[in-house]
Design a protein around this ligand. Sequence first.
Ligand code: ADP
Ligand code: MG
Length: 612
Amino acid sequence: MILPDIIQLLPDNIANQIAAGEVIQRPASAVKELLENAVDAGANEIRLIVNDAGKALIQVIDNGKGMSETDARMAFERHATSKIKSIDDLFTIKTMGFRGEALASIAAVAQVELKSKREEDETGVFIEIENSQVIKQEPIATATGTSIAMKNLFFNVPARRNFLKSNAAELRHIVDEFIRVAMSFPEIFFSFTSNGQQVFYLEKGSMKQRLVQILGNSYVSKLVPVQEQTDYLNIYGFVGKPETAKKTRGDQYFFVNNRFIKSAYLNHAVMNAFDEMIAKDSFPMYCLFIDLDPSQVDINVHPTKQEIKFEDEKIVYAFVQSAVKHALAQFSITPTLDFELDASIQSLDAVSKPFTEEKKSSASSSSLYNSFTKKHQSHFIESKSELKHWKSFYDKPQESSIETQVDTPALLNTNIKLQTDNLVQLHNSFILMQTEKGYYLVHQQNAHERILYERFALAVEGKPIATQQSLFPATMELAAADAVLLNELLPDMHQLGYQLEPFGNNTFVIQGTPADISGGGSQGAVSEKTAIEKMLEQYKHFSSDLKFSKREKLLRSLALQHSVKAGTVLSAKEMKVLVEDLFNCQTPNSTANGKPTYLEFKKDELDKLFGR
Ligand code: ADP
Ligand code: MG
């Protein structure tokens, strides 16, 4: 029997749909491609319009050079590009695009309408495409430039449409991509409208103005310019002063030849330059542009071009590190100028190698090892003394075995009498409380965090927390990305006693805050505004944790933010309330994030320690 041949060529529209999977993963990828095309077309005004987080509509309107009728048709073919002609061109590339895949991919997975006109043409061209098929083409009166509208992304690939995240999440991805393009081209006007609301309106200006427009006014006096020119590469941009370092990785940007890239390696170089100036677990703001001969980079290693390969990574690392160090030193932020920038590649290469190796090994061994061994001190104690019972003496309550613990609330009421009248505060951070069997050492901040977390959790489930009206409502202007985030959290925040009203232009009015959340470190000294900003910061810190719901992250952030900080003096009454509230909690023994709230020290173990 002869079996028939089975291989067939895929029809174009299916091949395009498959190829589209690489380039257009979500609305934000289409936004990136369309914005980059507008930049490549030489536009100096670019407008982005999205509806339903790009699921219903993504439109980019530019005043660039436009397309001829034929080019407009060609643009939607796969591998159709005006940007390279031969493989050699790949290594001298100056444009954002070059693969000729974006428009073909978009046309395969959305309904597309294009309007375009060149300066020299009388009339423009209108083209409508669906499923990679042109369904309409006609002359049209239109302004010079190009407008591309893509509707109903993935309308013909339901499986992919179902994979999209919530509008809030997709919109955040779009904001990220928009920011990345808008940052590198401050000489271009950009605007961004979402569901008819203006999210960004970025006038042409200097790099610094653009950064402040995007990241918020708080950076205005906090940016240190970085600027080094050498024969091999130029670095320019800004780093935030050390005091602007945050708990989240948020505002960190590298651009290579104006293209946003992700590079853990170069990030390490910046972190090294900031060494000692910022807390270990904090992230400095930076926005750095590295320009070098395109032949020294391969941008074709990743479909979305966010990862690139340098011809000589080590040199770039050394340059970035020294440029940032130099900038920080010049602004007399570092006490001594301990580093001379040497433009010669040879010496930098030599400097960089031992430095990186040394840093690497110290990071992997000492800090992790030390913090681990210090935390429980078992290593230290066991080797120096012969205490066999140290472990049971130092009895950390386990969350997993709450049910069997002596100190669940129900048992507590019957078995242990809380002696909350003679509490002692130690180091303004701990509360010492005698129990029948020994004593508890309560960590005041962790304890308060647990109390607040449970109170907030109850409030979002049912009875809202009362609002205390602000006497003088404060307005708060946020960076656009943060405004998007806060809008998303508003309903839950209302339930928790926050009365916040959106006021347009990323501004909110704080009309009231939770009434009975006093006692937190936020009273008085820290303004409501700062408290909310810090809460957002904390929220973003949790955001990478996919296992938590939006609400859970909010509760944890608020509890952490409002908890009374270590170092705060507490009155006898405050200590009493804190301890009693703690042991009335459902889960008194740890914070929501798993840190212990108190440690138990048993009297008989103490006796043993003293040889009794
Ligand atoms: P690439 O950008 O990699 O060349 P695209 O599929 O994104 O591929 O675009 C194909 C071609 O269509 C571009 O090379 C360019 O000539 C043309 N084009 C796309 N968008 C625009 C625009 N906004 N203005 C002018 N020409 C455009
Ligand atoms: Mg392109």
